[in-house]
Design a protein around this ligand. Structure first.
Ligand code: PLP
Ligand code: COI
Length: 339
């Protein structure tokens, strides 16, 4: 095998040895199969291709200083996938099957798990697609569940470093009663244009306001938002954002630190009052925010005065990473070992 330059990996796809697949046919799930083929053979009329009946997840495996392999909260990803399944009428993947598939695919690709302290991790991507050929708009009858893995570096530039974000009011990622709370591909298709504008303008990522009133902070492209002030962790309550497992974990860690946690609507003007802020997610981990500009109103909310991550973001980041890598005690039982 050619040497992998772990320290300089981007957040991209690299071929690994195996993926794990399972089919749903005749109203039931089959057995997990291990596969070395990178491609899938799909009917051109498959429902997922035309009507977007597909869902995905994202989680990571970490190699600790002790050499052990840990996966962070896979049951939460299973639960969120089940919620997505209910949302777009797909059969639910049982938690046990999901977690077994995660362990199987990680173990089979063990040589691709980046070393401790390389800055890279093994990204795990479960995917569920409706595969029946159909032209009418109806749920598929058959489904394919597949999980692949790929080693990745940081999602946002510089890893744990501050980055600028931009509110783009001309686009909505999802509607208030739409599919924003589910992890379906259509939400990401809807974000491509705003995301590309943000990048062209030199921002790390686009920010969405709530689609109905354009008043409250929703989320960034592929991460939730949080702000810190007066020893309080504040994060949006919205019917159009993805319930982030990282955010849920950070809320708990903030409480562990003795902070107050508020999940509520955050009016845009409140950005001026935050001492620190960040984007959080599996890919983003915590990406501290330097400033948030509003493209239309031309307001600029500078969050980090010195351009450095603030003390609470840093503390939360270290606590989270500590648990994920096994450097800190896993007091909330978030870690699953792959043996
Ligand atoms: N929001 C969106 C739109 C996402 O795609 C993600 C990534 O999965 C998140 C938030 C963060 O969620 P999590 O922390 O579960 O990865
Ligand atoms: C995540 O898993 O954090 C993501 O949302 C990944 C992103 C590339 C869609």
């Amino acid at each position: 095998m050619e040497e992998i330059d772990w320290k300089n990996l981007s957040f991209g796809y690299m071929r690994t040895d195996y993926n794990v697949r399972c089919y749903y046919r005749n109203g039931q799930w089959g057995k997990l199969e291990i596969c070395s083929e990178e491609t899938i053979n799909l009917h051109m009329a498959a429902v997922c291709l035309h009507y977007g009946q597909e869902a995905f997840e994202g989680l990571k495996a970490y190699r600790g200083k002790d050499g052990k392999i840990r996966v962070f909260r896979p049951e939460e990803n299973a639960a969120r996938l089940q919620s997505t399944c209910r949302g777009i009428l797909m059969p639910e993947v049982p938690t046990e099957m999901f977690v077994d598939a995660v362990k199987m695919v990680v173990k089979a690709n063990e040589r691709f798990i980046p070393p401790y302290e390389s800055g890279a991790t093994l990204y795990i991507r479960p995917l569920l697609i409706g595969i029946s050929p159909q032209v009418g708009v109806h749920p598929s009858t058959d489904y394919m569940f597949v999980i692949f893995v790929t080693p990745v570096g940081p999602y946002f530039k510089g890893g744990f470093a501050t980055n600028p974000y931009v509110i783009i009011r001309d686009y909505d990622r999802s509607a208030p009663l739409g599919t924003g709370i589910y992890k379906v591909g259509g939400n990401y298709a809807a974000s491509l244009k705003a995301n590309s504008i943000a990048h062209e303008l030199g921002y790390s990522c686009e920010f969405y306001l709530d689609a109905k009133e354009k008043k409250y902070m929703d989320e960034c492209g592929a991460a939730n938002f949080f702000g810190i002030k007066n020893n309080t962790y504040v994060t949006p309550k919205s019917t159009s954002i993805l319930p982030s497992i990282t955010n849920k974990s950070l809320m708990q860690l903030a409480e562990d630190l003795g902070m107050k946690v508020e999940r509520r609507q955050i009016p845009e003007e409140e950005l001026a009052t935050f001492e620190e802020a960040g984007a959080c997610g599996t890919a983003a981990v915590i990406s501290p925010i330097s400033k948030i500009d509003d493209l239309e109103t031309k307001q600029s909310f500078v969050i980090s005065k010195d351009g450095k991550p603030g003390p609470i973001c840093t503390k939360l980041y270290n606590m989270l990473r500590g648990i994920q890598y096994g450097d800190e005690p896993d007091i909330h039982h978030w870690v699953t070992f792959v043996e």
